[in-house]
Design a protein around this ligand. Structure first.
Ligand code: SF4
Length: 257
């Protein structure tokens, strides 16, 4: 499942129970850069005990317009902490929105789990950047891992065809449908041509996410986030447990030709 659906599923089960709420009385709204996620809310295989995990998906473009229409001085708002009880995020989560970010977050965890010791350097620079297809190779313990990252459907097609016909030898692939990743998602705020033609928005927006994943953060790896650990300890059991599969996984069917 995508992060929004996982969040909705965990909120309407584990957190509803912890907060003493009836999940039927929860309206879960997600703010996302992605028009496809509006469709995803309605897909089969996304429900939680017969309820939708996410009730309403609002794109960042729509949210921006609502903020403008309400006359809110967004830039003047003071920073606030996340609401309890989901109040801890990690740097690995922040970089998910840039092409290569999901790969880097996964590599941080995989490297530490395989090598059994903390990583000296958390940045996997070779999978960063806005190129349409990126390749990199890493040695994790005894494993020689070759990875590929593609963004944009034309690049995804090229990469997958290359894997199928043996041109590319890779074991781990990240694909994002939008060129540059979610930072350039179909639901992001639009910009006038003057900005689009003079500013590399994909690069600029990605740089903001990499800045958010800074040394000042308490947690930069997903597996170190104490909230995630708690959810597994108290509720899901372990990764790939029956409950985790039931709540966090979905299925896909072939549509069209
Ligand atoms: S890459 Fe595009 S389609 Fe995929 S989740 Fe991000 S915004 Fe949505």
């Amino acid at each position: 499942m995508s992060p929004q659906q996982m969040f909705g599923a965990v909120y309407k089960t584990y957190f509803a129970e912890k907060l003493g709420l009836d999940p039927k009385n929860i309206v879960f709204v997600s703010a996302i850069p992605c028009t496809a996620k509006k469709f995803e809310v309605t897909r089969p295989g996304q429900d939680v005990d017969g309820m939708p995990g996410v009730d309403i998906a609002v794109t960042t473009r729509e949210l921006g317009r609502m903020i403008q229409q309400a006359g809110i001085d967004y830039k003047g708002l003071a920073d606030e902490k996340f609401d309890q009880p989901i109040d801890i995020g990690s740097g690995a989560g922040a970089i998910f929105g840039a092409t290569g970010g999901v790969m880097e977050a996964a590599l941080r965890t995989a490297a530490e789990v395989i090598e059994g010791k903390p990583l000296e350097k958390l940045e996997f620079d070779d999978v960063r950047g806005t190129e349409g297809i990126k390749f990199a190779a890493y040695k994790l313990g005894d494993i020689n891992l070759k990875v590929a990252v593609a963004s944009g459907t034309a690049n995804a097609n090229k990469l997958l065809k290359g894997v199928q016909d043996g041109t590319y030898d890779v074991q781990f692939i990240e694909i994002m449908a939008c060129p540059g990743g979610c930072v350039n998602g179909g639901g992001q705020p639009t910009q006038p041509a003057l900005v689009r033609n003079t500013v590399d928005l994909k690069k600029l927006r990605a740089s903001v996410l990499y800045k958010a994943d800074s040394d000042k953060l308490a947690y930069r790896k997903s597996h170190e986030n104490p909230l995630i650990k708690k959810i597994y300890d108290e509720f899901l059991g372990e990764p790939n447990s029956h409950k985790a599969h039931e709540l966090l996984h979905t299925y896909y069917i072939k549509r069209g030709k």
